[in-house]
Design a protein around this ligand. Structure first.
Ligand SMILES: [Zn+2]
Length: 319
């Protein structure tokens, strides 16, 4: 299972699909944008113009590369509310490996909780600016992510990829490392899996390895005390989307949207089109774009005020 189909998820999914890994599950909540194309190697200009969901565009591309494997696309937020349900999907077997293609620490700590709770190796990866890092975290053997970091860095303390950008070759290297370690685990070559965390700076030409074993924390809240705080926590219902003026509302206790019904109701309020994945358009009375997904998640483009987004959600979609 690859969580996040961006700069890391694209190359690792590509390598694993071409290697013939039998089943891939791809999860991503975003749509392909032009600004993604320099580093998110599964997508094309046409995907961006069609505003396809990344998970679906990645699935389509990989199926054309290797039609003999099974690929599942999940267009959704990987948050504490649903993550475990996606992991233990009733129609799919439990994944053998969790691969990190995310761009934020909240989701990484959630993946770490799931990895430890369900005993699934977690291949951590990160890319920011010209720096990259990766590590294989195996429950019961190596430290977990909370042994290494304990908690996500406070907001604003670390550069984000929106602010600092990502030098595209960095993410390709991190993803190649992740795919390489995944292939070793999948063929049973456990003894060949790297026992250290890799850190490098491609601009400086610097590289170091940090032995994982000594970092195992006997008091770790997750792998020692088995408290799964990120899985138990409530998702933020309203989040600002970095790098563009947009607010996402992902209501709790949501029920699937009746798309035809909503399309009918919204047709009187603006100009909307329905695709296989979402309903998208602009409202007449507000200077905002609105995208609504089947699971009830909505993105308001052109605003930065969360309270306004919540009130528009209540007005146009319902509670
Ligand atoms: Zn731990």
């Amino acid at each position: 299972m690859i969580v996040g189909c961006g700069a890391l998820g694209c190359p690792s999914a590509d390598l694993l699909a071409r290697a013939g890994v039998g089943r891939l599950t791809l999860i991503d909540r975003d749509l392909v944008e032009i600004s993604n194309l320099h580093r998110q190697t599964l997508y094309t200009d046409a995907d961006a113009k069609a505003q396809l969901p990344k998970a679906q565009a990645a699935k389509d591309r990989l199926e054309s590369v290797n039609p003999e494997i099974e690929i599942h696309a999940i267009v959704a937020d990987f948050g504490s509310y649903d993550a475990e349900r996606y992991l233990l999907h009733e129609k799919l077997a439990k994944p053998d490996i969790l691969i990190d293609g995310t761009d934020n620490f909240e989701t990484r700590f959630l993946i770490n909780d799931l990895s430890v709770l369900h005993d699934i190796p977690y291949i951590y990866g990160g890319a920011i600016g010209t720096k990259g890092m990766a590590a294989v975290l195996i429950p019961g053997e190596t430290p977990c992510l909370r042994c290494l970091l304990n908690a996500p860095p406070p907001p604003g303390s670390e550069p984000t990829c929106e602010a600092a950008g990502v030098f595209a070759p960095v993410s390709a290297i991190v993803a190649s490392y992740q795919a390489s370690e995944a292939l070793k685990l999948l063929i049973g070559a456990r003894e060949r899996v790297m026992a250290s965390m890799l850190e490098f700076d491609l601009w400086e030409g610097a590289r170091r390895r940090i032995e994982l074993e000594p970092l195992k924390d006997p008091k770790c809240p997750c792998c020692a005390k088995r408290r799964f705080e990120f899985l138990d926590r409530e998702d933020e219902e309203t989040i600002s989307i970095c790098g563009r003026d947009a607010i996402q509302i992902n209501p709790h206790n949501r029920i699937p949207i009746e798309m035809a019904h909503l399309a009918q109701a919204l047709s009187e309020q603006g100009t909307f089109e329905t695709t296989a994945f979402m309903l998208k358009g602009r409202l007449n009375d507000e200077a905002v774009g609105l995208t609504v997904f089947r699971d009830g998640r909505a993105i308001f483009d052109g605003i930065t005020d969360p309270a306004l987004a919540r009130s528009l959600y209540a007005r146009y979609i319902g509670c």
